[in-house]
Design a protein around this ligand. Structure first.
Ligand code: GDP
Ligand code: MG
Length: 299
C-alpha cells in the first residue's frame, strides 16, 4: 500500500516573481492576491493541496528584503520563520530576468536551511524553449539546489510535475486538514485582500502599499441569502482618502463593485458591501494598529 505523505512548503523569492500566481494555479482558485506591483502579499497565506496520496501545505511568504519600516521588519520575520520549519523551500525566480542583488540576498539567507531548496524557474512562457536548459545549467553553479524545475505559474505549464517532485521529498505524515479545505485563513482575510487588490488595481500609482483593509462586519441575513459586509480602507494621508473616494464618490463605487463581484463568487451568495475610508497618520509604524489589522509576527 502506498503511504500518505504530507508536509509544509514555503515559497520565497523577490516580489513579482510569481509566488501568489503559483498558489492560485495549484488551487485553481484565488486565495492569494496578484499584482504587478511589488509587495502585494503581506500576510502569509496557507494553501492546502490534497490528493489521494499526499497533502501539501503551502506558506506564501512576503518577499524577503531590506526592511525600511516596522511593517517591513514584520514581513521579513514572517518569511524567516516560515523557512525554518518547512520540509521543502521553493526559491522562485523569473526566468526572463537576470539573477539580481535581491535574489543573491535571499540565497544567502537560505544557506543554512536544513530543508531541500528547489529552484523554481518561473515565467518560462516568456523565454524561448531552447534557453531553458542552459539556464538550468547556469543556476546549478549558484547554489546546491535539490531540484531545478522550470514552470509557468500563469499557464500552469510544469506545475503538475512540480507537485509530483515536491511530494517525493515529503515525509510520511497525517492528513492535517480535511479534503475540502484549501486555506486556513478565515474568509474575512481573503475578502479584505480582495478589496485591497481592487484598490491597488484602480488607483495605480496614487495609493501606495501602505493601504490596509479591515473587515468590520461580516454576517448573513437571517431572512435571506444576502451577506452584509462592512470594511474600512485605511490610508496614511487625507489626499489619499480624496483619491480613493474620487469625484462624487465614483472611485469608491468602482472599487466596491469590482470587489463585490469577486466576493460573491467566493461566498456563492449575494453580497451587500459597504466601504469606508479612514486616515491614520503613519499607521505603518503603529504597532497597535498593525495588531488590530492582523499583522502579528507569531500566531
Ligand atoms: P509575487 O509578488 O511573487 O507573489 O508575484 P505575483 O504572483 O503577484 O505575480 C507578479 C506578476 O507576474 C503578475 O503580473 C503575474 O501575472 C505575473 N506572472 C506570474 N507568473 C507568471 C508566469 O508564469 N508567466 C508570466 N508571463 N507572468 C507571470
Ligand atoms: Mg504575492
Amino acid at each position: 500500500m502506498e503511504i500518505f505523505r504530507s508536509g509544509f512548503i514555503t515559497i520565497v523569492g523577490r516580489p513579482n516573481s510569481g509566488k501568489s500566481t503559483l498558489i492560485n494555479q495549484i488551487l485553481k482558485q484565488k486565495v492569494a492576491i496578484i499584482s504587478d506591483k511589488p509587495q502585494t502579499t503581506r500576510n502569509r497565506i496557507q494553501a492546502v493541496y490534497t490528493t489521494d496520496h499526499a497533502q501539501l501545505i503551502f506558506i506564501d511568504t512576503p518577499g524577503i528584503h531590506k526592511p525600511k519600516s516596522r511593517l517591513g521588519e514584520y514581513m521579513n520575520e514572517v518569511a524567516y520563520q516560515a523557512v525554518r520549519h518547512v520540509d521543502v523551500v521553493l526559491f522562485m525566480l523569473s526566468a526572463n530576468e537576470p539573477l539580481g542583488k535581491g535574489d543573491r540576498y535571499i540565497l544567502k539567507q537560505l544557506e543554512g536551511t536544513k530543508a531541500p531548496v528547489f529552484l523554481i524557474l518561473n515565467k518560462i512562457d516568456l523565454i524561448p524553449k531552447l534557453e531553458i536548459l542552459p539556464l538550468i545549467d547556469r543556476y546549478k553553479e549558484e547554489f546546491p539546489f535539490a531540484e531545478i524545475v522550470p514552470i509557468s505559474a500563469l499557464t500552469g505549464d510544469g506545475v503538475d510535475e512540480l507537485l509530483e517532485t515536491i511530494i517525493r521529498y515529503l515525509p510520511e505524515g497525517p492528513k492535517y486538514y480535511p479534503d475540502h479545505v484549501v486555506t486556513d485563513h478565515p474568509e474575512s482575510f481573503i475578502i479584505s485582500e480582495l478589496i485591497r487588490e481592487k484598490v491597488l488595481l484602480l488607483t495605480r500609482e496614487e495609493i501606495p502599499h501602505s493601504v490596509a483593509v479591515g473587515i468590520d462586519q461580516l454576517s448573513k441575513r437571517e431572512d435571506s441569502e444576502i451577506v452584509d459586509i462592512q470594511a474600512t480602507i485605511i490610508v496614511e494621508r487625507q489626499s489619499q482618502k480624496r483619491i480613493l473616494i474620487g469625484k462624487g464618490g465614483r472611485m469608491m463605487k468602482q472599487i466596491g463593485t469590482l470587489a463585490r463581484q469577486e466576493i460573491e463568487q467566493l461566498l456563492g451568495s449575494k453580497v451587500y458591501l459597504e466601504l469606508w475610508v479612514k486616515v491614520i497618520k503613519d499607521w505603518r509604524n503603529k504597532q497597535q494598529v498593525l495588531a488590530e489589522y492582523g499583522y502579528r509576527p507569531t500566531e
